[in-house]
Design a protein around this ligand. Structure first.
Ligand code: RB5
Length: 146
């Protein structure tokens, strides 16, 4: 998949890395939909993650990247959306596997537990890795509760 557009959102726990990620994405020629937050003032992560996930769900963005302190609150919120598969990742290999095996369409970054350098490495891996399909497609097709 050629990634053309990425939705991004975070709370105050992830804010410190958001601008660097946006710069990287723009350098790669990717359009970015930035759903905030826009400062390190304390906020509630669902207020920023739901709009980011909706953008991906509605096909307005190809993939989504969300950040909070632990990555967990953001991932839990995104995964409430029926068509979102959000992977909590903390290294490059996990970001690759999330795309290769799980066809993850969102990645959650635990900004208080990974360096900015690692966060950028994960983003590069996430946007440049394709879903392998095959046996993984059968498994991914069984994830949704219908
Ligand atoms: C905010 O302090 C923190 O709780 C939040 O960023 C995240 O870690 C929640 O899961």
């Amino acid at each position: 998949m050629q990634v053309k557009t990425i939705a991004i959102g975070c709370d105050h726990g992830g804010f410190a890395y958001k601008d660097a990620i946006i710069r990287l994405l723009k350098k790669e020629g990717i359009e970015v939909h930035d759903f905030g937050t826009h400062s390190d003032a304390s906020v509630d992560y669902p207020d920023f993650v739901h709009p980011t996930a909706t953008d991906v769900e509605e096909g307005k963005a190809d993939l989504g990247i969300i950040l909070c302190g632990s990555g967990n609150g953001a991932a839990m919120t995104a995964n409430k959306h029926q068509n979102i598969r959000c992977a909590l990742c903390w290294n490059g290999e996990l970001a690759e596997l999330a795309r290769q095996h799980n066809n993850a369409n969102m990645m959650s970054i635990p900004a208080r537990f990974v360096s900015k350098r690692m966060a950028l490495k994960m983003v590069r891996a996430f946007i440049s890795t394709a879903f392998e399909g095959g046996r993984h497609e059968r498994r991914v097709d069984k994830i949704a509760c219908v």
